[in-house]
Design a protein around this ligand. Structure first.
Ligand SMILES: Nc1nc2c(ncn2[C@@H]2O[C@H](COP(=O)(O)OP(=O)(O)OP(=O)(O)O)[C@@H](O)[C@H]2O)c(=O)[nH]1
Ligand SMILES: [Mg+2]
Length: 441
């Protein structure tokens, strides 16, 4: 029953809200609750590079929206929803920019945006394709296993968000170790699997049968079930695409609750596991000897100062303090913000030995309201750049202060916090155990 899992998510959210140290998991639980209440479902096409994922998405939508190619292409997660045709690009620093559909490959192709130097985190496309009318969000992902490791990372990271997946294989290579590993990981998050075997136009019928038998056998073992449906197809000729399309539409209408329930169980289990890991970190800080803690904080404050000086130096070096318009300066400064964010994350990991996650969702270098599209003066951009980086530093400082609160000298405070951490750990563990059991959850 979806009602039971919704209750678990709601209870966990309420529990997380009673703590001031689990903000990130709280945001994830909120998003999960919204997904369940609104019955929103995300179907992602995933698999190894060059299996024909983008070609399949184009074939399903009936339009050539996405770049396709003989070498590794897709470099950013691309969401496609029903709506008036258009597209937006979201950057790692939280910026969101509109773009034209015919310009998309500038952002999502490895050739035009090598190593994702633009810092694109995802692209959202709106399409009027009838296939999307039922309200599902369809997603093309970068392929795993190519030389371009950042593409695999992006695909692995996204899988956590998907509810159902089309796992893409192709007849030119039998399923391999990279695909098996990726499939194992995906099973931890996705509620439903469709398997597509692409490029059937390149082999004859008896060969195809041998391939399908081999694949089915292996997938049944990997998925621990007899219930594995494989869709042989050709994204190139369109053969078999209708059958997959029909199945997807049918499942998304009648099976949506079932898919969401299983997907939510897996996602909530992950949220709870991460929350428990985060609590561990706070235990670590509580127990850190005062001398070491003092040294660590001093080191962090020096690092932050270095970052401040570097930001000022960037403004000077790029001449962003002049009263002139410098073409391309805004993009350059945005790239610097991305670099700064990554460098800060690394510094915290090094100094504290813990993961630090930014919770800032939007960082606008320029205010885009009104006629904000005209070229700003370098001086204005420079000022905004310093302000934006300062916001990053403040955010980190707030987190550090929060960590320090846990070291409050008052014994009563410390005892209360220990009690709170214990209470939280107990309840989260109970939920995790319940979620392990598919039937009870
Ligand atoms: N013969 C044949 N070729 C295909 C088919 N589908 C895709 N291709 C070709 O396979 C290559 C890869 O297609 P893409 O859609 O770019 O593959 P992808 O899985 O999205 O690749 P990445 O984005 O790099 O992970 C291209 O050269 C396509 O033209 C098919 O059904 N038959
Ligand atoms: Mg692709």
């Amino acid at each position: 029953m979806t009602a039971t899992i919704t209750r678990h998510v709601r209870d966990t959210l309420a529990l997380l809200q009673t703590s001031d140290i689990l903000g990130k998991q709280e945001i994830r639980a909120e998003a999960l609750l919204k997904k369940l209440e609104e019955e929103l479902i995300t179907v992602a096409v995933i698999g190894q590079f060059k299996r024909g994922k983008s070609a399949l998405v184009n074939a399903l939508l009936g339009e050539a929206l996405l770049p396709v190619g003989i070498v590794p292409v897709t470099s950013a997660v691309t969401e496609i929803r029903y709506g008036t045709p258009g597209a937006t690009v979201r950057y790692h620093n939280g910026l969101v920019r509109p773009t034209k559909i015919d310009q998309l490959s500038r952002f999502i192709s490895e050739q035009e945006n090598p190593d994702n130097h633009l810092g694109v985190s995802s692209v959202r496309i709106f399409s009027a394709s009838p296939f999307l009318q039922e309200g599902l969000t369809f997603v093309d992902t970068p392929g795993v296993g190519s030389f371009h490791k950042h593409n695999s990372d992006a695909a692995y990271a996204f899988v956590r968000e998907s509810d159902a997946v089309i796992f893409m294989l192709s007849v030119d290579t039998p399923i391999n170790e990279i695909e098996i590993e990726f499939l194992r990981n995906t099973r931890m998050f996705a509620g439903k699997f469709f398997f597509a075997v692409n490029k059937i136009d390149t082999i004859d019928a008896p060969e195809l049968q041998t391939y399908l038998d081999y694949c089915r056998n292996l997938l049944q073992r990997l998925m621990d079930t007899e219930d594995v449906t494989i869709f042989p197809l050709s994204a190139k000729t369109g053969a078999g695409v209708e059958q997959l399309k029909e199945k997807l539409l049918r499942e998304c209408k009648t099976g949506i609750r079932e898919i969401l329930r299983e997907s939510a169980r897996l996602k909530l289990r992950d949220i709870v596991t991460e929350a428990l890991a985060q609590i561990e970190l706070y235990w670590k800080v509580l127990l850190m000897p005062p001398v070491i803690l003092k040294r660590t904080l001093k080191q962090m404050s020096e690092t932050l100062n270095d970052f401040r000086l570097q930001a000022e130096e960037t403004v000077r070096a790029l001449q962003a303090d002049r009263k002139v318009v410098i073409p391309g300066l805004e993009e350059m400064l945005e790239a610097r913000i991305n670099e700064c964010k990554l460098a800060l994350t690394e510094a915290v990991t090094d100094i504290f030995g813990m993961d630090y996650h930014y919770e800032i969702t939007d960082l606008e270098l320029m205010d885009r309201t009104g006629d904000g599209f005209e070229m700003p003066l370098a001086e204005e951009l420079g000022r905004r750049y310093i302000q934006t980086t300062e916001r990053l530093f403040e955010d980190l400082q707030t987190t550090l202060n929060r960590v320090l609160l846990y070291r409050n000298d008052s014994t009563v405070e410390v005892v209360t916090r220990i009690y709170e951490l214990n209470r939280m750990t107990r309840q989260l563990r109970r939920t995790r155990d319940l979620l392990e059991n598919k039937e009870e959850a």
